[in-house]
Design a protein around this ligand. Structure first.
Ligand code: 2BA
Length: 121
């Protein structure tokens, strides 16, 4: 099993979550903030069987807006406060994806209910 950690633009998150759910994947969205732009983005966590990673990445690719250039005006008052000198054009969009091997996946059920543990390495 792999844990796919996809950092995407906030406005892509509803569309992506709907698409991955429709395809049978389970997902968790964490509201996050980019360290550079300090704008809201979304981090989507998905535990995915190894043979489904490619399908999941394709869904991410299809549902996240293409990358685009955003330009900042260095004469703006807030620019100096927020960005390193010299940075004017920033590319945003698409997704930044980490794929991490999961050593154990445990789902804990309430007592007197069904229980299950699955291992992957
Ligand atoms: P931010 O850190 O807000 O970065 C937004 C975009 O700004 C980046 O898009 C990149 O195009 C640009 N950028 C970032 N750092 C820069 C720098 N030092 N100089 C010039 N331009 C810079 P992406 O690369 O697509 O990243 C989108 C978001 O994904 C990031 O938002 C951050 O939240 C996350 N991310 C990207 N790489 C990461 C990493 N190695 N580790 C953790 N989070 C990462």
């Amino acid at each position: 099993m792999k844990l796919i950690i996809a950092i995407i633009q906030a406005y892509d998150s509803d569309r992506l979550l709907r698409a991955v759910s429709e395809a049978g994947f389970r997902a968790t969205k964490i509201v996050s903030t980019g360290g550079f732009l300090r704008m809201g983005n979304a981090t989507v966590l998905m535990g995915v069987e190894d043979d489904l990673v490619h399908e999941c990445l394709e869904i991410i690719r299809t549902n996240c807006e293409p990358r685009a250039e955003v330009s900042f005006d260095p004469t703006e008052h807030e620019y100096i406060e927020w960005f390193p000198i010299g940075v004017q054009d920033v590319t945003v969009g698409g997704a930044v994806v980490f794929i991490v091997r999961v050593s154990d996946f445990v789902r804990i059920y309430p007592r007197n209910s069904q229980s299950g543990v699955s291992h992957d390495s």
